[in-house]
Design a protein around this ligand. Structure first.
Ligand code: RM4
Ligand code: MN
Ligand code: MN
Length: 400
């Protein structure tokens, strides 16, 4: 039997959705692929204007995505001088620039690393790029600069792990020093790929230590795909929250590695448990956790805009379910070591059908009750397919 929503359930869902916003990745609208090949989609965005246009569609239909993350190399090829164009596009398509992602992994110089490269010139070059990225962020009114490094090594003995750690500390400190008072550095970790022996920032503990060394405005960024299989991600979230060091998320789902699949497609309970830890923390502390929710997915087979609408819808559902957990009852059950009672509170919330309450919230906010259907009926996809297919295959702009 489907658990009935508590009388105040729909209201909790509405309140949860009022505050739930999730950032779209510009690269999620572009052609991407696997290391084996790319299946180019005629409707994929190639230009930055097309990316803004597509992101604007997702926000217009869901009301939950006011910002779009930008990758500096892919989206601002001229650095700070590209910022004026970006600002104009943001105004035109009604989505603001969100996190700024420096790219210190794609250029040939970075073959042996960026902040961890044994060549001081390359380390300096990478730092300059991060400084430029901070300047771009400031110019665009973006708060977060998100740092992901491909640095690492493939074979034992080939890299001085402690020395590289030192270089990372130095450059991160230097990057932090140029932040404006309201800006943040978010440090992402990943245990594997593209390096397969060691990664310089392999896990949340390393990211945490480096964030502390960098300065008071650095935080840890948790990409859900960047863990070993079966790792308890919500525990990491709970610990980072307790220490005030959780900066944000890159959401995606996975089965094997960093698969970048649609959120909740493989393990929706995992995402629910993460949201639950955040809500429980907020209930206990009476405060609001300052977290940037971001999507880091690239769909190479699904239609890109559809997949993004599906992603946002699922994220809203799982966030709403987490809002249904009765925290008073949970705290009591935990204190009494009522194991089945405590666990059932999570399970009941998770299995509640929140979709009717979400539809109500959408309609009350002037949004389509079913964003995916609205998108399919809008004609937007047909229009961009016709326009963009004229030059399809011309450019595969990014890897993500
Ligand atoms: C990494 C990581 C970063 C993303 C790059 C392209 O796996 O998730 O966030 O910017 O891919
Ligand atoms: Mn990521
Ligand atoms: Mn990733």
């Amino acid at each position: 039997m489907m658990p009935a929503m508590r009388a105040d359930g729909a209201e909790s869902v509405g309140r949860a959705l009022d505050r739930f916003q999730i950032e779209l990745p510009s690269w999620g609208f572009a052609n991407t692929g696997t290391r084996f090949g790319k299946f180019v989609q005629p409707a994929a965005a190639v230009t930055i204007e097309e990316k803004f246009s597509d992101a604007g569609q997702v926000h217009a239909l869901t009301g939950a995505c006011p910002t779009v993350a930008l990758h500096v190399l892919w989206d601002l090829p001229d650095g700070v001088s590209s910022a004026a164009e970006i600002a104009a596009l943001a105004a035109r398509y009604k989505v603001r620039p969100g996190s700024i992602n420096p790219n210190v992994f794609q250029d040939q110089e970075y073959k042996f690393g960026s902040f961890g490269n044994p060549d001081a010139d390359v380390r300096q070059r990478a730092l300059r790029h991060v400084h430029d990225s901070v300047a771009i962020a400031r110019r665009l009114g973006s708060r977060d600069i998100t740092l992901w490094f491909a640095d690492g090594s493939n074979y034992p003995g080939t890299a001085n792990i402690r020395q590289r750690r030192q270089w990372f500390q130095e450059n991160l400190k230097a990057a932090h020093a140029t932040l404006g008072p309201d800006q943040r550095l978010l440090i992402e970790y990943k245990p594997f790929e593209p390096a397969f022996y060691h990664t310089d920032i392999a896990d949340w503990g390393m990211a945490l230590l480096l964030a502390r060394a960098a300065g008071s405005q650095a935080r840890v960024l948790v990409d859900t795909g960047h863990h070993y299989l079966s790792q308890n991600i919500e525990q990491i979230v709970a610990w980072l929250l307790a220490d005030g060091m959780l900066g944000g998320f890159h959401f995606n789902d996975r089965r094997y590695a960093d698969d970048d699949l649609t959120i909740g497609s493989i393990d929706p309970y995992q995402v629910f448990r993460i949201f639950h830890e955040i809500r429980f923390f907020e209930w206990e502390t009476g405060g609001r956790a300052d977290i940037a929710y971001m999507i880091d997915q690239s769909h190479n087979l699904k239609g890109k805009i559809e997949a993004m609408i599906q992603t946002v819808t699922v994220a809203q559902e799982l966030f709403s379910k987490a809002a249904l957990v009765n925290h008073d009852a949970l705290a009591t059950a935990q204190a009494r070591t009522d194991l089945v009672g405590a666990e059932s509170l999570l399970q009941d919330a998770f299995s509640t059908d929140v979709r009717p309450a979400i539809r109500e919230w959408r309609v009350a906010n002037g949004l389509p009750a079913d964003p995916l259907q609205a998108f399919r009926e809008s004609g937007y996809l047909e229009r961009i397919t016709a326009e963009r297919s004229k030059r399809a295959g011309a450019s595969v702009s990014s890897y993500a």
